[in-house]
Design a protein around this ligand. Structure first.
Ligand SMILES: *[C@@H]1O[C@H](CO)[C@@H](O)[C@H](O)[C@H]1NC(C)=O
Ligand SMILES: *[C@@H]1O[C@H](CO)[C@@H](O)[C@H](O)[C@H]1NC(C)=O
Ligand SMILES: *[C@@H]1O[C@H](CO)[C@@H](O)[C@H](O)[C@H]1NC(C)=O
Ligand SMILES: *[C@@H]1O[C@H](CO)[C@@H](O)[C@H](O)[C@H]1NC(C)=O
Length: 612
């Protein structure tokens, strides 16, 4: 330490000399204003008035920048704008200098998939706090400014018309993890980027020449294709191809083995466990598993059907059907019943029902009424007697969101991709919003969780198990519905539409992180998902919260961040701070909208780039 001292001192001197000179150089350029929310608002308005856009932005000075402007995120104390996300809103034209570049607290700027062109103003790339810059799929041209924020973590300028050299100042971006420059017109040599954190590099389809610098040798050949790069390209290529071939064939072999073993297992293990508790002659069965054991002889025809139900079976058929226990839910046990002719239904046997017949019937009417929506699992029929309460609904074979998210992670698993997760989230939100609007202000789902979101083959979500809390003493037991229950519910013992919103927020977090809200492994210190996510996000490790299975997809990071913001709004501790369900639907639709806008335009663009 001591022997190094003189050198360090010299270094410090040199650095301070540099700092002093750069201050002198920069002084006349930096406007001497200290930014605040007013100046941020003005800069945004300047931008919006200078750049035409197809989708209307609701930016006007009447409403709060921080809570209502589309695409704008502020810091916690709402004093500065820290993120702008306007993907696919049809912005067209050049970005004027002294507009966005004046937002000197900005950390994230996403203007991807618009029609922006012209030079990229250097006051944007040099915003000192800027961490992520997403400008892919526009038509910017000219050179990239050489002054780049030292905080940059993600730089995506792909699918534009940038030209000139890749600026050597990129070498100084020690925090850079993602650099995407593919499909531009860059020329010259690839700079020697010895960046410790760089995980993703794509320079493909430019006009670069020279050789791949040694420091970038660890990146795959697909990071560099479509350039005129010389040198040991060929050797690199052949060895890569051999490696890929070996990899692919071993994966195939593994898959064949896994498949083989699965088949073997099924053959050996199937059959026996399937048909459990066949309720023979009339349902007075002794087996405790049977759902019909409380049905009185005289009441056998009292199955109440809803609407224009296409089922033609009666209670007797139901009791005669072979039944399989599907699981013990929050309100009782669920069975799969296979009727004659192969019709399958789910029968739920409610336990601990605390209301009388009239109240029960009234609630069932409401449940039956709200069930008429593509994202809500309809109640088909019910049965009520003193000793037995049964509900009948459709059987959805594909399974639940919970099973798809958490079931058998590992080899052979087909992870749920982002598009599917987005679609499921939107469907679920629409289902709950329908339940809220159709049932009236007092009507709640009451038990929103991932195992109550059933999925069809093409990932249409269907919410189930709704409207049952008023019938049972479900809320009296704090241990039930773990992880999803809003903090106020434990005290008030009352679910509200806002507590449904909270539970839905937890479900979104579960979908984003891939983590179960509470692992019931018997440990007494389970993870509270909202608290964990908040703590990670506060430390600005946002990317760390996402499910690793999602991280390989391109262009979805900010959509995930947008969804994360919606989720965090839903799990606000104070119920009044949470959005209502129809607002949540609109916010999720906004993500989807920008995604839909994005698709065709990026495809058009690709083809226009490819054709000479
Ligand atoms: C602001 O609000 C006033 C009245 O509340 C309205 O007349 C005006 O049009 C609003 N301005 C904008 C830009 O929306
Ligand atoms: C992109 O901009 C260049 C000029 O900078 C122009 O020649 C080209 O036609 C534009 N491409 C598209 C798809 O608009
Ligand atoms: C790379 O291209 C530039 C022009 O863009 C040319 O001046 C240079 O000589 C080329 N270098 C090599 C190694 O081909
Ligand atoms: C780079 O981009 C090209 C074109 O989008 C793509 O085909 C290639 O797989 C990408 N490579 C990497 C390493 O992401």
């Amino acid at each position: 330490m001591i022997s190094k001292y003189p050198t360090q001192k010299l270094l410090m001197k040199l650095q301070s000399f540099q700092v002093v000179t750069s201050i002198f150089i920069l002084l006349p350029i930096i406007p001497l204003i200290i930014g605040d929310l007013n100046s941020d608002r003005q800069s945004l308005l300047d931008f919006a008035s200078a750049v035409p856009h197809i989708r209307k932005l609701n930016w006007n000075s009447n409403i709060s920048v921080c809570s209502s402007w589309v695409g704008i995120t502020c810091n916690d104390d709402k004093t500065r704008v820290i993120a702008i996300r306007l993907p696919g809103v049809g912005l067209s034209g050049p970005i004027p200098a002294n507009s966005i570049g004046n937002l000197d607290a900005l950390r994230v700027l996403s203007l991807r998939s618009n029609y922006l062109y012209g030079n990229l103003p250097s006051d944007i790339t040099s915003i000192p706090s800027l961490q992520s810059l997403y400008l892919q799929h526009n038509n910017f041209s000219g050179e990239i400014p050489t002054s780049l924020s030292a905080q940059l973590n993600v730089l995506d300028l792909s699918f534009n018309s940038f030209s000139g050299n890749i600026p050597p100042t990129i070498k100084n971006l020690l925090r850079l993890t993602v650099l995407r420059l593919q499909f531009n017109l860059f020329t010259g040599a690839i700079p020697d980027l010895n960046l410790p954190r760089l995980k993703l590099l794509n320079l493909s389809y430019n006009m670069l020449n020279g050789s791949i610098p040694y420091s970038l040798g660890k990146f795959p050949i697909s990071s560099f294709t479509g350039n005129s790069i010389l040198c040991d390209n060929k050797k690199f290529g052949t060895s890569a191809i051999i490696a890929i071939a070996i990899g692919v064939s071993s994966i195939l072999l593994l898959l064949v083995l896994v498949f083989f073993f699965c088949c073997l297992k099924k053959k050996n293990g199937g059959g026996g466990s399937l048909l459990k508790g066949k309720a023979a002659n009339g349902g007075r069965s002794k087996k405790p598993e049977d759902f019909g054991s409380g049905v009185q002889e005289a009441e056998k025809n009292k199955l109440v059907f809803f609407g224009k139900c296409s089922y033609n079976f009666d209670l007797e058929d139901l009791l005669r059907a072979s039944a399989e226990v599907l699981g013990k839910g929050s309100y009782g046990t669920a069975y799969k019943a296979v009727l004659d002719e192969g019709v399958m239904v789910v029968v739920k046997r409610l336990r601990e029902v605390v209301v009388g017949k009239r109240e029960f019937e009234q609630q069932m009417e409401d449940v039956g009424r709200v069930g008429q929506h593509p994202n809500v699992l309809p109640l088909r029929a019910y049965y009520y007697s003193k000793d037995e309460k049964l509900l009948v609904c459709d059987y959805i074979p594909t399974g639940s969101l919970s099973a798809l998210l958490h079931g058998n992670r590992g080899i052979g698993r087909n992870p749920l991709d982002w598009d599917s997760r987005l679609k499921i989230s939107l469907g679920t939100a629409r289902g709950i919003a329908h339940i809220h609007s159709e049932g009236g202000v007092k009507f709640t789902h009451g038990n929103v969780k991932s195992s109550n979101v059933l999925l069809t083959q093409d990932h249409n979500a269907c919410v189930s198990d709704y409207g049952l809390t008023p019938l049972t003493n479900f809320l009296a037991t704090p241990s039930r519905g773990p992880g999803y229950r809003a903090p106020e519910v434990s005290e008030t013992r009352k679910v509200t539409q806002k507590s449904d919103v909270y539970s839905f927020g937890v479900l979104l977090l579960e979908m984003l992180t891939g983590k179960a809200p509470l692992k019931s492994t018997g440990h007494d210190d389970p993870v509270d998902l909202p608290r964990w996510v908040r703590s990670v996000v506060r430390e600005e490790w946002t990317a760390e919260v996402f499910d690793p299975e999602l991280m390989s997809h391109q262009n979805v990071e900010e959509e995930m961040v947008q969804m994360l913001q919606i989720a965090l709004a839903c799990v606000a501790k104070v119920p009044d701070m949470r959005p209502n369900m129809s607002e949540v639907v609109r916010m999720i639709e906004d993500i989807r909208q920008s995604e839909l806008d994005n698709r065709p335009s990026s495809e058009d663009y690709k083809s226009s780039v490819n054709t000479p």
